[in-house]
Ligand binder design. Structure first.
Ligand code: ATP
Ligand code: MG
Length: 113
């Protein structure tokens, strides 16, 4: 099993959620509001004419644990749905997952997803 973590633009969350449901790619997911920066650290923003150094930008992190066979399709749908082509589109991380346990039943592994 793998965990797919994607950091995406806030405004892409609804579209991504709809696409994941439509393609049956996420039986469950966790969404967190995060702050972060990528390669363009030191990003400069103008607020009321004032130059601000904004090194941490608001992003959304989604976490989906899924079976290995679904990971490539999941990545494809995330990219198709959230890519604008501009810097700051985000990043996808794929991590190994040792086990999953459904608290209610004690089911484990893929049965617990
Ligand atoms: N190496 C990293 N480790 C952890 N989080 C990261 C990393 N790179 C990016 N992020 C997260 O992803 C968000 C978006 O990153 P971003 O898309 O700007 O990456 P990038 O490498 O700068 O690519 P681009 O050049 O397309 O902007 C960041 O705000 C941060 O939350
Ligand atoms: Mg960047």
């Amino acid at each position: 099993m793998k965990k797919v973590e994607a950091i995406i633009r806030t405004e892409k969350l609804e579209d991504l959620k709809d696409a994941l449901v439509k393609n049956d790619l996420a039986k469950g997911m966790t969404v967190t509001q995060v702050l972060g920066y990528g390669n363009q650290k030191g990003f400069v923003e103008y607020v009321r004419g004032q130059k601000l150094h904004t090194t941490l930008l608001a992003k959304i992190k989604i976490e989906i644990v899924t079976v290995e066979e679904r990971v490539s399709k999941l990545i494809e749908v995330i990219r198709e749905t959230t890519q604008t082509g501009e810097v700051g589109d985000g990043k996808i991380f794929v991590l190994p997952v040792e086990n999953v346990i459904r608290i209610r039943t004690g089911e484990e592994d893929a049965d617990a997803i």
